[in-house]
Design a protein around this ligand. Structure first.
Ligand SMILES: N[C@@H](CCC(=O)N[C@@H](CS)C(=O)NCC(=O)O)C(=O)O
Length: 246
């Protein structure tokens, strides 16, 4: 496990000066995949964040303060950071993850210098937002959150179609793009993590290279903010409680 600076984190500015900054504040809850993405990326990039729990079940996202913070969107995760003279307030988990790579220590790359490589990275992150995540949501939301309906065989097959594409993109490489751990790897892996409630798709057997890629990513050493570990634990507890209730 890497050592985390608990007082502040360091921001590599364009003139290469290192300035100390207050920590970014991540708002969310552990059951939210986007919240886990934000916290995992921060931990991997050695960004010390402050985590504030926003419990959707208790309607904490509908308070005036949170609605204002999110420009009326009241969705999680949200990020607040006043740094370098900029007042940042954003939602969108993938944008938050990219920000962590920009202010972090470079362990995870958000931008690549070669346009053709950057385009592939962008394609994968966009693919997650527009195709993979909605398919995984259709296959998992009923079992995770009692939302949507019991998934069908057709919905599982759509996920398999996405996994086939991702396996092709990965090929025999360690990471998806440019031989480096990029934000695309984290975004995709984080989404695939929801398939833990879909035993019908045996990723290890059906997509072994993808399974190994994902397994390596999950085992990457991170600094430990506590918030990400707690978020993962709350998801596991939630799933176990639901399974016991059935
Ligand atoms: N594309 C968004 C999705 C965010 C999203 O759907 N958040 C849900 C919870 S996982 C939410 O905040 N729902 C409450 C609301 O919209 O009022 C992201 O990844 O950041």
């Amino acid at each position: 496990m890497k050592q985390k600076n608990h007082l502040c984190f360091f921001f590599q500015s364009t003139n290469n000066a290192i300035a100390t900054m207050p920590p970014p504040i991540v708002y969310g809850m552990g059951l939210s995949a986007g919240t886990r993405l934000a916290l995992w990326t921060a931990d991997l990039c050695n960004v010390q964040v402050e985590f504030k729990n926003v419990n959707l079940w208790k309607k904490e996202h509908m308070t005036d303060v949170f609605v204002e913070l999110t420009a009326g969107r009241h969705c999680i995760p949200a990020l607040e950071h006043d740094a370098g003279g900029h007042r940042l307030r954003i939602t969108e988990s993938r944008a938050i993850a990219r920000y962590m790579t920009m202010v972090g220590d470079g362990t995870v790359v958000g931008r690549l210098n070669v346009p053709a490589q950057q385009a592939v990275l962008d394609q994968l992150v966009d693919y997650d937002a527009t195709c993979l995540y909605p398919r995984v949501a259709d296959a998992t939301y009923f079992r995770l959150y009692d939302m949507k309906s019991e998934p069908t065989a057709e919905e599982f097959d759509k996920v398999r179609t996405s996994l086939t594409f991702l396996a092709k993109m990965l090929g025999a490489e360690t990471f998806m793009v440019a031989g480096r751990c990029t934000v695309a790897d984290l975004v995709l892996s984080n989404t695939l993590g929801m398939l833990v409630v879909v035993p019908e798709i045996d990723i290890e057997r059906e997509f072994p290279a993808l399974w190994r890629w994902n397994d390596r990513l999950k085992k990457r050493p991170t600094t430990d903010s506590g918030a990400y570990q707690a978020a993962k634990a709350s998801l596991a507890e939630h799933i176990a409680a639901k399974q016991n209730a059935e």
